[in-house]
Design a protein around this ligand. Sequence first.
Ligand SMILES: CC(C)(COP(=O)(O)OP(=O)(O)OC[C@H]1O[C@@H](n2cnc3c(N)ncnc32)[C@H](O)[C@@H]1OP(=O)(O)O)[C@@H](O)C(=O)NCCC(=O)NCCS
Length: 205
Amino acid sequence: MAAADRCHQRLPIRLLADCPGLLGTVAGWLQQEWFTPAGHPATAAIEALEQRLHRDRAPLALVATSGNAPVGTASLVLAAHPLEPGEALYLSSVFVESTSRHRGIGRQLCNAAAARAFGMGVERLFLLTADQGHFYAGLGWEPCGERVTSVGSKLCFAHLMTLRCQAPSDRSGRRPASTPSPSRSETLEAIAARTHPRLAAGSLA
Ligand SMILES: CC(C)(COP(=O)(O)OP(=O)(O)OC[C@H]1O[C@@H](n2cnc3c(N)ncnc32)[C@H](O)[C@@H]1OP(=O)(O)O)[C@@H](O)C(=O)NCCC(=O)NCCS
């Protein structure tokens, strides 16, 4: 167990599929944090979460609860693989309610989501973050490039990060494969079209 986990109270991390009554509250967080700023309609987060009610495959959502109240969430979603053809699993929609931050809940949610992904046989997880790279680095995630993504109506650079399943046979200390970062002299639109149109069209939510 990590030292930080020992310092904080461990909260139950539940599948949203097992507590669908919390969907509205969780959707409200995601709507306010990402979907409304991105210009999506008021029902967009609800519709996204309704797709994440799986238990043993993505997309799925997790909820941390304190008593009966939800205090944070994280999702596993499928999107275009950033390094090769096909799809990859991404950690997304990581959010802790503002009055519950800095108590280890974000860490517990991310670790629970990763454990679930690796338990499903996934070898490697990805995420995109515009401004929380240090938080994820503290959880063992490694940067593996930059991408252009949309935040609100704007395109911006986002850090692509990866976490590998630490199987006993994979402790060689190799760095994860990375791709060249985009040149900042190009326009963001040009980079988005060239590097990863599906990621560029999506949001960090
Ligand atoms: C980012 C977020 C999920 C962190 O949740 P949290 O519950 O406060 O995080 P934790 O308490 O588990 O922090 C875990 C560790 O990361 C550190 N940390 C937390 N936020 C950090 C940040 N923004 N930058 C760097 N480190 C951070 C903590 O100090 C802690 O370190 P420690 O274990 O050594 O003490 C939360 O701030 C949030 O919901 N932000 C708004 C939504 C968001 O930006 N989500 C991420 C989208 S990519």
